[in-house]
Design a protein around this ligand. Sequence first.
Ligand code: CP
Length: 442
Amino acid sequence: MTRIRHLVSVDDLSIPEILEVFERAKHFGENLRSFAHLCPGRIAASLFYEPSTRTRLSFESAMQRLGGGVLTAAEMKTSSAAKGESLADTVRVVSGAYADLIVLRHPSEGAARLAAQFSSVPVINAGDGSHEHPTQTLCDLYTLWLEKGELEGLEVVLVGDLRYSRTIHSFAFALARFGANIVCVPARGLEMPDYVLRRLREEYGAEPVRADASSLRDLAPESDAVYLTPSKPHQLSLFTDGSAAKVEHVDAVYMTRPQTERHGVGDSIESYVRLGNAQMSAAPLRDAIVMHPLPRRDEIADEFDDDPRSLYFKQAARGVPIRMAILGLLLGQIELDARPPEVDERLVRIEIGANPCPNPNCVTHTEKRHSRLGFRLMSRDPLRAACGYCSHEIPIALVGSSKTRHFHSRDSAVARKIRPDELIFFRDEAEAVALGFSASGA
Ligand code: CP
């Protein structure tokens, strides 16, 4: 049986596949009206539990331009979700005979991963909480690629709400994979989350380096910048000695709005970073294009819209050909020469005492009955694991073996020898004992 292909994370596409998707999108973009023969009779369902203009409409436009049809649940309050129907059940129903593909936006992190487990058709993540937004990232990378001709070695400044912006997280992972340099200029208190920095460092080889942001001071008057360089050698990875790296040239500035709908108590936007003609006259930014996933509030002044470096409306338009290519690929109507990514061997199912995800916005808390993926083993020494849905690290104190029913300290030699498929993690001894485990040698 052919495995169903989903797009939950941008990591679900290999780098050669992404580049081939760009070539397809370029071809589609040359005449959007010429491809209605590709997906006739196919139906995409939009399940949007959060508002959207660009993502939903560009997916629906893309599907119709491919000759297919769309079912829209743009306002899930009018669906049976309002009666308490779970996401898992909704997906099982819609993927029954209703649709050939699901595009899902949901406020819970990891929702698309969960939906993919229950769907009998491909699921595309159209944004899950603050976690990821892979098709936006494809539009962003595509714009950079078209405008700059390549991605490796580019200097990209990420500005604003780096904490809650899912577009930033997916984009940063992808930039690191492609070997671009990332300069983070967060609004105060809205810095990149630890779990994202950790993944950038451990999974994508991007090394955080402090930067001398003096040349960006106007852009971010009260922010420190953090400079991330890919570990593979190229010119800027020379600045890895912990001393200040000077940002002398910027290829792109990626602005984001404050994601106030996800802000908690204490999150403030008083010192939010704004950009206009004056900031963009700084020497390092002379050739920089300005991108924004939109919608914007006032973080980019309207006066800048006429500047040829403002790319955000083109970026939004490019969502259509990019999504045509993705829909065609997942529906099996487009074949790529490139191979998909290897399955990540670190993804293992690990039993755990209780729902341990420390992220209150993780889908495991709202879909308790249905979350069953387990956890991703991040490292064996020390033993560390991340939630298989939202990617947040799971706090572990003790490790048990499902075979011996003994528990051990996480850092002990015996814990490191337990087979991954026999691992059970506990937050504390009380949890281990309550689940029928005893101390080793007890
Ligand atoms: N960029 C983006 O996701 O926009 P929408 O929220 O309008 O879909």
